[in-house]
Design a protein around this ligand. Structure first.
Ligand code: SF4
Length: 303
């Protein structure tokens, strides 16, 4: 089968840095915990657990609440960042704190703090319950408003002065639409788009893929926001399937198809994406011997 491996794809600099920090933390004060999933990928969480690094993640709980589960040792803050309250509470508990926040997330937090100090309120386009949005909103819960749809913008006060910004992993195109809508109904809104470069160039590569592609596979964890956004953008023009690994690849989908494209979220292990690409390249629907999937070697996930 012909395969177009879309570039860029996969790990971004923030994720590479966070995983390196976690891998190098083994000599720190024990036990070692990660506050929430280090990136939204279960394979990585499991691989770190195998090295003795435990992830504390309870659905519905904030980073601040999750800290109640940790009473000793080292806590790693994930690439999504965390609020000042989280850092403060961890220090008060006597924990050794390692900060793996992505520098792009910190940049957005700094922008929000600066604009609040200048008297603006913040319209933050993000995903409800996402740790990055949680960190941004908790900078000032009264003045940083989560925006998930046009309806949320309609609830704002047209007399107030706002700065509109966004979670770094949102779709460029959704952010554009919401910003345009905000400008049309709020006379005093200033726009500061913050989709990070890694997200931006991965989304643009998907948007600009060739016309002759019959089917697209996006490799990544279904909980990863940036992976979901890649799939949503591809869906506008193509048949798209989100898969976590080669195991999820349905052979029936490949029949009658000539060319496949593959991309992956910023949190997807390169090893898993390469396995999908290699499998598709050797696949020939007229030769059943090419239907056999490779085994996933979990020891290679963190390579
Ligand atoms: S997606 Fe962007 S903001 Fe998030 S970790 Fe990667 S580089 Fe940083």
């Amino acid at each position: 089968m012909q395969v177009k491996a879309i570039t860029p794809r996969g790990y971004c600099k923030g994720v590479v840095r966070a995983i390196e920090i976690a891998k190098n933390a083994q000599n720190e004060k024990q036990p070692i915990y990660i506050l929430g999933m280090i990136v939204h990928n279960q394979y990585i969480v499991d691989a770190l657990k195998a090295r003795g690094i435990q992830t504390i993640d309870i659905p519905g709980q904030t980073r601040l609440e999750l800290l109640d589960q940790i009473n000793e040792g080292t806590v790693i803050i994930t690439a999504h960042g965390a609020s000042d309250q989280v850092f403060q509470k961890a220090k008060e508990k006597g924990l050794n704190v390692i900060d793996a926040s992505c520098l792009d997330v910190i940049k957005t937090h700094d922008l929000i703090k600066k604009k609040l100090s200048e008297g603006y309120e913040i319209l933050y386009i993000g995903k409800m319950g996402h740790p990055e949005a949680e960190g941004a909103i908790s900078i000032d819960e009264k003045k940083v408003h989560l925006i998930t749809s046009q309806k949320d913008i309609q609830a704002m006060d047209p007399k107030k002065h706002y700065v509109m910004t966004n979670q770094t992993t949102m779709s460029l195109y959704d952010v554009y639409d919401l910003c345009e809508y905000a400008k049309s109904i709020l006379p005093h809104v200033m726009i500061e788009k913050e989709t990070c470069t890694a997200t931006k160039i991965r989304q643009e590569a998907i948007k600009n893929m060739e016309d002759d592609i019959d089917i697209v596979f996006i490799v990544g964890d279904p909980h990863s926001n940036n992976t979901q956004k890649l799939a949503a953008i591809a869906k506008e023009k193509k048949e798209v399937h989100m898969i976590e690994s080669v195991d999820d690849l349905d052979i029936q989908l490949l029949k009658g198809k000539r060319k496949a494209a593959v991309s992956s979220g910023a949190s997807t292990p390169t090893y898993l994406t390469n396995q999908v690409i290699d499998f598709l390249k050797q696949f020939d629907e007229n030769n059943e011997q090419t239907y056999h999937k490779p085994v996933i070697d979990t020891k290679k996930i963190l390579d």
